[in-house]
Design a protein around this ligand. Sequence first.
Ligand code: IPM
Ligand code: MN
Length: 356
Amino acid sequence: MKMNIAVLPGDGIGPEIVATALDATIAVCEKYGHELTYKHALVGACAIDATGNPYPEETHKICMESDAVLFGAIGDPKYDNNPSAKVRPEQGLLGMRKQLGLYANIRPVSTMPQLIHKSPLRQDVVEGTDLMCIRELTGGIYFGRPQGRSEDGNVAYDTCVYSREEIDRIVRLAYTYAMQRRKKVTVVDKANVLCTSRMWREVAQEISKEYPEVETEFMFVDNAAMQLVQWPSRFDVMVTENMFGDILTDEASVITGSLGMLPSASVGLHTSVFEPIHGSYPQAAGKDIANPLATILSAALMFEYAFGLMEEGKLIREAVSASIDAGIVTVDIAQGEKSYKTSEVGKWIVDYIKNK
Ligand code: IPM
Ligand code: MN
């Protein structure tokens, strides 16, 4: 198969972790005889430094011309501590999501038996967790207008907006996944307070009638936050609006033992983007210590979701699992004293893929 991908490392640890995921991708393509071409492009703080724009037109063009995008992370502390900065790296990520029409962010959360002891939760609570959080990604309070400050600067406001169409397409996607899984959908909202949430509930209730085999449950977001750490294995597919999904998936990631383990796929109207759920971890940038597994697992999702290459995705997953079994892991998930560099983990995984 011909595969043409865009590689957007971004900021902080982005370049290091994306390099390992690209190496794994190249190794898999060589093994299975796929013809891979790729182009690097700028996004985030590095793009602001180079062009003044966090998601340059050139980058968008490369993404649009590709079959898939492999993305690292964006963000730089020099902007976080400067709330009055006019251009922010995050606008690059949000701009990319909006312009590529990536309305669904799929974040699978499952535990690996070898890592359960790293979870801050008790083993008996965590065991058996296998959920998929489907986060709406181009609507809600992240994008709603008006947004801004009053003239005297003493009042600030954001607006949460959803159209029926936006809710409909994401909820349908959740049911489609549920049909291939354990046939349960949890719609997370705050319908006791928010108008948008009441519409989510209304639309979901209508769609649920089309899927009689699927069990539908409605849950307020505060309750969902609690249930996630109390009884995570009760969830199958969770679908929710943009900001609730952002918060709940960071919470869900620690169930698995490390934020460095969770991949994601963003899909929608144009080219899909595959990225770890963690951020740019600037303190670790350039130190070769960041966990590359979430990004490597994102490459596995890329093979499966963007190209329908299930065996290739499975091989990457198997390589990741084998590296954990062999103890070839970064410091965040190491047992005992010995840990490995980002590049060493990457190389081990590439060798595994080659020799398998
Ligand atoms: C994520 C990130 C982004 C988000 C930030 C960096 C804008 O936290 O992908 O979850 O909030 O969506
Ligand atoms: Mn987030």
